[in-house]
Design a protein. Structure first.
Length: 250
């Protein structure tokens, strides 16, 4: 059956397209494999906009509302949080940011024109935030590979979720942009850990997604499409354009 779907790119622009699929769930899975997060999927007969269940949709909406008033919010989950072999109570108490400080707002992952070799640990307070920064750009695999998930990072995840990422006045815009993206990834981590997923499970999902996106990007680069059409597809996914890839390889 033919399905129409809508999504927003890394710049927040709304797009619509269509795709063949056996079911709405299958369409959602295919799009996620391509790095696309659809905001709605409609079958050709107009039935049911979203393949996700009502319960799941309501939960995501509840988390989104909670995130907008997070200055000193207590997020209560029904599961305990497991980090390594340590079990923590199923509650994350958000600490209020210092008065006058600017907080990084959650933004979607996208390609950032910055030095991929600088130390994320010099930018972020928590090692788990520095770890997440390696996954900020869709499909990017560092030459040295994705860093290992250490026990210190596992144990730091819980503490980092209780604190917001602060912006520094006058800092480089590229660093601020990276902080916004990692802030969004921390929200994903909070939902995943709160639903019972372990830190290792969450890290495995990030790694699998990164390699899947890298393979999809390589497929676009190998296609017979024009450079312009390739760049259009890459931009929609928040990935580097052809010229950017060539410049990095030189």
């Amino acid at each position: 059956m033919r399905y129409t779907y809508a999504y927003r790119d890394s710049e927040g622009q709304r797009h619509e397209d269509s795709i063949e699929g056996a079911s709405r769930d299958a369409v959602f899975a295919t799009l996620r494999q391509q790095g696309i997060r659809p905001i709605k999927v409609i079958a050709a007969d107009g039935s049911k906009e979203n393949g996700a269940s009502h319960t799941r949709h309501s939960f995501h909406r509840m988390i989104g509302v909670a995130a907008t008033i997070f200055l000193c919010t207590v997020v209560v989950v029904t599961h305990s949080i497991i980090i390594g072999n340590i079990e923590y109570p199923g509650k994350i108490e958000k600490q209020a940011a210092p008065s006058g400080e600017m907080i990084a707002k959650a933004k979607p992952r996208k390609w950032l024109e910055h030095d991929k070799e600088f130390l994320y640990s010099s930018i972020f307070t928590h090692p788990s935030e520095a770890y997440l920064a390696h996954f900020a750009e869709p499909g990017f695999i560092p030459n040295a590979g994705i860093p290992q998930l250490t026990q210190a990072i596992r144990e730091d995840f819980y503490d980092s979720l209780s604190e917001d990422i602060l912006l520094v006045q006058g800092e480089d815009e590229k660093i601020s942009a990276l902080k916004h993206i990692v802030s969004g990834m921390k929200q994903d981590a909070e939902m995943s850990l709160g639903s019972g997923m372990t830190v290792d499970d969450f890290a495995t999902r990030l790694i699998e997604r990164q390699y899947m996106e890298a393979e999809h990007r390589n497929g676009i680069l190998r296609s017979d499409e024009s450079v312009e059409d390739k760049n259009v597809r890459l931009r929609k996914l928040g990935m580097r354009c052809i010229e950017q890839v060539m410049n990095e390889e030189q």
